[in-house]
Design a protein around this ligand. Structure first.
Ligand code: GLU
Length: 471
């Protein structure tokens, strides 16, 4: 198994999902999962994208078994394979100029025909070739695709597949234009086959947008005499409208999900569900290792997988609810300190208690910023809070509590006892004091558990200050 990302952008969710399926299948089969960086597009490939892809996979919990293969270091092998195809007559030089090819395509378009190369230079005589060379023409190298070829394979997801050679667009370019005594830059379909064969890849698992490439690649395997791997084409990831998820959908790179506060576990879990149905009884929340124990392609759907934010959010909240306060703190601390909150000077136990309080209501880690804000910054009183303070008995009850409020930390039992004394003294219902205390402490009638909130704001004197302010 292998993942062959092109480092022309950050790790895309589609590539990450392909990685997940490859990894799960490799682990299930006891096989190897390898990486190959397809960096032959020199203009668009960047080392920082390679770094981002590797780092993103690691973050997701996907490990690989050997040093990644770097495609650009293998050009000599690619050229040798092209030479082999030239020598065996399966490939030839095509001297058609860009202008001639454009003219050909325009004519096809005008006649409502699908664009295809008309194989015009397939059988040039040596004299014709010499004449083109004498004109100063350069040549691409094309691989012969017979119109009557029938290409079949058994796809692990899609079953029996069949392509007609005539539907592959004519003889395919395998090396870019170059002087006729040279071999130009080798192109995608050729290099993938040469590399997959060299890496002894037994299973090629990739998105269904590669199906036509697979048909072409099968012809190349045959022409090069290389063993043919098994193919599995996974369904595309679709947006809400049922169209292929694209940059226009906003969040598409693993970085984006991470920045929005999604955890690696939830994202990996969710990507596994994008196209794969777990066996009965397994539920939808599982780790990659748990999925690897049962993963197979029989349970991968052919139909495109619609991206379901509700499910991702649900999984992420499950993951966050399972976190220990220590783990949650490790993830929230950087977000909090980015807000300028003094996390380094704050007491570690206090920070963990805050995490334990907020954890159960988080959907994303980002939620942990807004929900923690009133513990680091004194909030304004919103309208509902002001109204509450104005209700009958509210201020007297709060004043009764303030009178009895000690300095320094409080135990939950002592706090409960204080509440009891204050309502008795003020002659109000306990509910009135609770609601008013919440308004005073959080500036709002909504928020996490009141007693814990109070106990967290108590040691610093902040509880007292906020009650005084409200009075
Ligand atoms: N570099 C190709 C891509 O990123 C690899 C496709 C393949 O898996 O063969 O689409």
């Amino acid at each position: 198994m292998r993942l062959a990302p092109s480092p022309t952008g950050t790790l895309h969710i589609g590539t990450a999902r392909t990685a997940v399926f490859n990894w799960l299948f490799a682990r299930r089969q006891g096989g190897q999962f390898l990486l190959r960086i397809e960096d032959t597009d020199k203009e668009r490939s960047k080392p920082e994208y390679t770094a981002n892809i590797l780092e993103g996979l690691q973050w997701l919990g996907i490990n690989w078994d050997e040093e990644p293969v770097v495609q650009s270091e293998r050009i000599a092998e690619h050229r040798a394979a092209i030479q082999q195809l030239l020598d065996s007559g399966r490939a030839y030089r095509c001297y058609a100029t860009e202008a001639e090819l454009t003219e050909m395509r325009e004519r096809q378009a005008a006649e409502n025909r699908a664009p295809r190369y008309d194989n015009r230079h397939r059988n040039l005589t040596p004299e014709q070739e010499q004449a083109f060379i004498a004109e100063g023409r350069e040549a691409t190298i094309r691989f012969r695709i017979d119109d009557d070829a029938v290409i079949t394979w058994t796809d692990l997801v899609r079953g029996e597949m069949r392509w007609a050679g005539a539907d592959l667009g004519g003889d395919m370019v395998i090396a870019r234009r170059a002087p006729a005594d040279q071999i130009g830059d080798p192109l995608y379909n050729l290099v993938v086959v040469v590399d997959d064969a060299a890496m002894a890849i037994t299973h090629v698992i990739r998105g269904e947008d590669h199906i036509a490439n697979t048909a072409k690649q099968l012809l190349l395997y045959e022409a090069l005499g290389a063993p043919v791997p098994v193919f599995a084409h996974t369904p595309l990831i679709l947006n809400k409208e049922g169209k292929k998820l694209s940059k226009r959908d906003g969040v598409t790179s693993v970085n984006d999900f991470r920045a929005q506060g999604y955890t690696a576990e939830a994202l990996a879990n969710y990507m596994t569900l994008l196209g794969w149905s777990p066996p009965e009884g397994m539920g939808e929340r599982f780790s990659l290792a748990e999925a690897a124990a049962v993963f197979d392609f029989e349970r991968v759907n052919k139909a495109g997988a619609r991206f379901d934010w509700d499910k991702l959010n649900w999984l992420n909240s499950q993951v966050l609810h399972e976190r220990s306060p220590e783990q949650l703190l490790a993830e929230l601390e950087p977000l909090w300190s980015a807000q300028g909150w003094p996390t380094t000077t704050a007491d570690a136990t206090w920070l963990q208690e805050l995490c334990a309080l907020l954890g159960p209501s988080l959907v994303t880690l980002q939620d942990g910023i807004e929900q923690a804000r009133p513990f680091f910054e004194r909030p304004e009183l919103n309208e509902a809070a002001q109204k509450q303070l104005a209700t009958e008995g509210a201020r007297p009850a709060l004043a009764a509590l303030l009178e009895r409020l000690p300095e320094g930390p409080l135990s939950p039992e002592a706090a409960q006892a204080l509440l009891g004394e204050a309502v008795a003294a003020a002659g109000v219902k306990k509910g009135v004091l609770m609601k008013t205390l919440r308004a005073a402490l959080l500036g709002s009638l909504q928020g996490p558990d009141l007693l814990t909130t109070w106990l967290l704001l108590q040691p610093s004197g902040e509880a007292r200050s906020r009650i005084e302010r409200s009075l």
